[in-house]
Design a protein around this ligand. Sequence first.
Ligand SMILES: Nc1nc2c(ncn2[C@@H]2O[C@H](COP(=O)(O)OP(=O)(O)OP(=O)(O)O)[C@@H](O)[C@H]2O)c(=O)[nH]1
Ligand SMILES: [Mg+2]
Length: 206
Amino acid sequence: MNNIQKFDYKFKIMILGESRIGKTCFISRYTENKFSGAYLTTVGIDFQTKIVTLNNKTIKLQIWDTAGQERFRNITKNYFQTSHGFIVAYDISENESIKYVKNWLNEININAPKNVKVILIGTKCDLERKISKEEGEKIAQENNIKFFETSAKDNINVEETFESLTLDILKYMEEEEKIDENSKSVVIDRESVKEKEKKEKKKKCC
Ligand SMILES: Nc1nc2c(ncn2[C@@H]2O[C@H](COP(=O)(O)OP(=O)(O)OP(=O)(O)O)[C@@H](O)[C@H]2O)c(=O)[nH]1
Ligand SMILES: [Mg+2]
């Protein structure tokens, strides 16, 4: 049996944020439609995959789950360069993690390629909030990125977050390809003009 699945694109997405804010649960809800109330901290870095079809394109998503714990930060940074998109997360049910969002965005600016797509999420919106929606929206506006409040537990805006980010990456990739195609056709045209000129010259001399 042939198990090889074909896809048009492969995108790498990383999720970043402080420890315990629900990064692993967010990914598990998306890739396996599962939620666990137990907490098992992520050690280092891990990934899961999911194949999606958007705009008639089959896309393999490789979703990298990073450890929020400080001691793993150096390992995580090594993966920034090859990523296409980032989800930066904070927990709306506690006061602290939103304070670090700026640092995470800064890390992306420093370590990731230019033009990567970024989205901000506030997790655990099923719980009583400590952070207003406006606070998240303000950060998103200031940084020109999209924003969703989400819950892995109640499955709120999980699919929407991944779909929005994937579409942004896809749009960018397709535009880049068009630019490549255009520059190729310019080269081809120049070649054919040269050929024409040669033929004209030949005609003239005979
Ligand atoms: N109520 C509620 N609890 C959640 C939600 N998402 C995660 N949790 C709980 O929050 C705790 C931490 O979740 P994780 O997903 O392991 O957190 P993490 O950000 O991956 O943590 P690190 O791996 O240490 O960086 C767990 O006990 C989860 O069950 C949610 O949407 N709602
Ligand atoms: Mg984790």
